[in-house]
Design a binder for this molecule. Structure first.
Ligand code: GDP
Length: 195
């Protein structure tokens, strides 16, 4: 994928702030620290474009990045940071639900999990939510450089089993550090928004 342009268009909290042009959207979600900002920066070949989070769990907005004037990357707020207050968790839930309910432009949600670990219960809840709202789900297994290639399959089957993925749902390993898997993720993004 050749990136001709990428710009952060809006940081939204309420529905009336979402883009209204009807351009297709691809959302990314995952627990805090999973490597979501790094993944966005890697996919767009930019540094510090999507902010890597300094205080995990702090971002409580939905950020829309317009790519090539063709589609939006939608950066959803991270979850699962142990130290946040209950009221913050509720705020996260409200913001997410507002967006996920009935978003026609949304073609697919890319759920990011750490390739090394079995998905957390929060990850399972997120996956179930995605399915509940009826969106396509693609799993990105981040930080793939932390294990050897020979271990990919084993780790991917642990992820598949814990999330109870459907047979046709994909898991794509990526490393933002080594820049591997980038093309595979791009192919799937294009595949999803052209469907
Ligand atoms: P976010 O909170 O999900 O946006 O996560 P960040 O992108 O801020 O990344 C969290 C931490 O994981 C940072 O210290 C990153 O440097 C590190 N990280 C992210 N992606 C990778 C990767 O592909 N490989 C390695 N080794 N570390 C990564």
């Amino acid at each position: 994928m050749k990136i001709r342009s990428s710009e952060m268009v809006v940081s939204a909290v309420n529905r009336n702030q979402y883009p209204t042009e009807g351009i297709p959207e691809i959302a990314l979600v995952g627990r805090s620290n999973v490597g979501k900002s790094s993944t966005i920066n890697t996919l767009l070949n930019r540094r510090n474009f999507a902010r890597t989070s300094q205080t995990p769990g702090k971002t409580r907005t939905i950020n829309f990045f317009l790519i090539n004037n063709e589609f939006y990357f939608v950066d959803l707020p991270g979850y699962g940071y142990a130290k946040i207050a209950k009221s913050e968790k509720e705020k996260w839930g409200t913001i997410m639900e507002r967006y996920l309910q009935d978003r026609e432009e949304l073609c697919a949600i890319f759920l990011l999990v750490d390739i090394r670990h079995e998905p957390t219960n929060d990850d399972v809840m997120m996956y179930e939510w995605i399915k509940h709202f009826g969106y396509n789900c693609v799993v990105i297994a981040t930080k793939a450089d932390k294990i050897s290639r020979g271990q990919y399959q084993k780790h991917m089957s642990i992820i598949r089993k814990k999330l109870q993925l459907d047979k046709d749902e994909k898991i794509i390993p990526i490393s933002s550090l080594k820049k591997t898997g980038v093309e595979d993720v791009w192919n799937e993004i294009v595949n999803q928004y052209n469907q």
